[in-house]
Design a protein around this ligand. Structure first.
Ligand SMILES: Nc1nc2c(ncn2[C@@H]2O[C@H](COP(=O)(O)OP(=O)(O)OP(=O)(O)O)[C@@H](O)[C@H]2O)c(=O)[nH]1
Length: 396
């Protein structure tokens, strides 16, 4: 073969090889993309580990085209504001301040008596009218007769020359009946010998104002800078425990409570225990006062008292009576007096009745003093009983 032919053959082979290589590479470059991976289910049968569906080719926006959401700035979580703890007003002299309220309800009694006593002629009929007025005010038969006798004797001996004389005489005699010599102090101070808190048990028929009285009394004590614990041993009515807790919360006082329908004695025990642990000054225990059967009541209150006394003696048993219930209040006083040793009476709702004579009647019935009086629904409408302010309230 000639040299020229040999060169032609070599050139031809090189050209064919170059064309083949170009045919293989150019289509790929034209697409300008990396070849997509083979798709299971399309390019070949899917095998174990493959995705079930073929990936969808989609347009992806470049990052410069993507609008990023505004960053969410979390608002700071605000702690719920703690309810403001109230600073109740001191109880000293409260009855004097509330005297106008007392006077408003009792003026008919005072005015009636004064106008009768100021009559020119004090005959039998007038004295009978005076006695009737006293009976209407729930003074009770024996005290009413005693008072009339004393006034009659003094009118005869000293004489009544003016309305002022009548007023002075009536004031002195009413005061003597209410008896300023009785010890009306509430025992609410922590025991010096062992540091145990004073325990006050509050009893009475439902609706007389027991829970309200415990709440108001807690405020009186807080105003005197005492540490108080409340015991909601009225487990009969769930709302009573809620009501008491609300009273306590308002003045920053803890209320110990139990399950609805639970054992009242156990709640009372726990309250006194909490009082001892917290080194409280006073534990006030509210109780239920169902009076369907005297035996049931006796059992329950007796048990509450016995169980509390595992910690030490109860210092005060306060009987709450509704002044507007009159003679009914006296019946209740008698029943409770048989069940527990009542040490003091709280007479509520005196603002709503002209029957202030109940103070004398109930003291006589139980032989224990009225220590506190309720003169309204306001949180500070409970006053230590002051005989002089009370009599002055009656006389207007
Ligand atoms: N006007 C007046 N209302 C009073 C007085 N004391 C209490 N009350 C009202 O009497 C109602 C009954 O009071 P509570 O304290 O719920 O009576 P409770 O004896 O505890 O009754 P229970 O909780 O059912 O045992 C409430 O509406 C009190 O606001 C008061 O001195 N004057």
């Amino acid at each position: 073969m000639a040299a020229v032919e040999y060169i032609v053959i070599v050139v031809a082979i090189v050209v064919v090889a170059a064309v083949a290589l170009a045919a293989f590479l150019i289509p790929r470059r034209r697409r300008g993309q990396v070849e997509a991976p083979p798709r299971p289910g399309v390019d070949y049968q899917p095998g174990v580990g493959d995705d079930a569906t073929a990936p969808v080719e989609e347009h992806r926006a470049p990052i410069s085209d993507v609008t990023l959401p505004e960053p969410v700035v979390e608002a700071p979580v605000e702690e719920p504001a703690a309810p403001a703890v109230e600073r109740p007003e001191p109880a000293a002299g409260r009855l004097v301040r509330l005297r106008s309220r007392l006077a408003r309800s009792q003026t008919s009694l005072g005015k009636g008596l004064l106008s009768l006593l100021s009559r020119e002629r004090l005959d039998d009929e007038t004295w009978e009218e005076i006695e009737d007025t006293l009976l209407t005010a729930d003074l009770g038969v024996a005290p009413a007769q005693e008072l009339v006798e004393r006034l009659r004797t003094r009118a005869r001996v000293e004489g009544i020359q003016s309305p002022e004389d009548a007023r002075t005489m009536l004031r002195e005699e009413l005061l003597a009946l209410v008896d300023p010599s009785l010890d009306r102090e509430l025992r609410t101070e922590r025991h010096v010998e062992d540091g145990r808190p004073a325990v006050v048990l509050v009893v009475g028929v439902n609706g007389t104002g027991k829970t309200t009285t415990v709440g108001k009394l807690a405020r009186v004590l807080v105003a005197e800078d005492r540490d108080v614990v409340l015991g909601a041993a009225d487990t009969f009515r769930a709302a009573a425990a809620d009501q008491l807790t609300t009273w306590g919360d308002r003045v920053g006082v803890v209320t110990v409570r139990g399950p609805e329908g639970g054992d009242p004695a156990s709640v009372a025990f726990d309250a006194v225990k909490a009082g001892i642990e917290q080194e409280a000054d006073t534990v006030l225990v509210d109780t239920a006062g169902r009076l369907q059967t005297k035996v049931g009541l006796m059992d329950e209150l007796g048990k509450v008292k016995r169980v509390i006394e595992k910690h030490g003696p109860v210092d005060e048993v306060l009987l709450v009576l509704d002044a507007t219930t009159g003679q009914n209040g006296l019946v209740q006083a008698r029943v409770f007096g048989e069940v527990v040793d009542v040490t003091g009476i709280v007479l509520t709702k005196l603002d709503g009745t002209a029957k202030g004579g109940i103070v004398v009647a109930v003291q006589r019935e139980l032989g224990v003093p009225v220590k506190l009086v309720g003169l309204g629904e306001g949180p500070d409408d409970l006053a230590p009983f002051d005989p002089e302010a009370f009599v002055d309230g009656i006389l207007g």
